[in-house]
Design a binder for this molecule. Structure first.
Ligand code: FES
Length: 161
């Protein structure tokens, strides 16, 4: 990875934009990467602008690498003001373009963001998502992080021989 790209990724993750749940979202998409097992969820809210329905705001949460966080951060800014069709025309490379070209081993990280966007805007064309309703729980809730749904490990004593 080039130093320039690494610096842009570090700058993006030092101050990631649009992180977190969007409670009144119109669309939610979740996707998991078959390459690395990471997950990303994206929330999208629309608004009417001059008779066009455009993306007002997009937010995300992820259990992903630094590249996925950086791409999601720039992508949520990039799609603001676009219609759903315009956003769906963007590839992973388009969504990560503000960071610069990604090396081959990081392309799937941008595709994770693209997949979540597609899952939100065109769920019928996407693989089934774990939770695609606008009131879907956060990724943290769903995986039991920070909630009462945490996995409880119970140790059983074995009798001494
Ligand atoms: Fe999993 Fe980047 S390594 S999204």
């Amino acid at each position: 990875m080039s130093d320039d790209l690494q610096q842009r990724i570090q700058a993006a993750i030092a101050d990631p934009k649009n992180v977190g749940e969007l409670p009144d979202a119109d669309a939610v998409g979740t996707v998991g990467s078959p390459d690395c097992g990471d997950m990303l969820r994206m929330w999208i809210k629309f608004k009417d602008e001059g008779g066009r329905r455009v993306i007002d705001r997009a937010t995300f949460q992820t259990f992903g690498c630094e590249t996925a966080i950086a791409v999601a951060s720039v992508a949520t800014e990039l799609i603001s003001g676009k219609t759903a069709d315009e956003a769906l025309n963007l590839s992973g490379a388009d969504l990560s373009a503000p960071l610069g070209a990604l090396p081959p081993m990081k392309i799937h990280c941008a595709q994770l963001v693209e997949g979540a966007l597609r899952s939100a805007l065109a769920p019928e064309q996407s693989a089934p998502a774990p939770a695609a309703a606008p009131n879907a729980p956060t990724l943290f809730d769903q995986l039991g992080v920070g909630s009462e749904k945490q996995v409880k490990v119970v140790l059983h004593k074995t009798p001494n021989p």
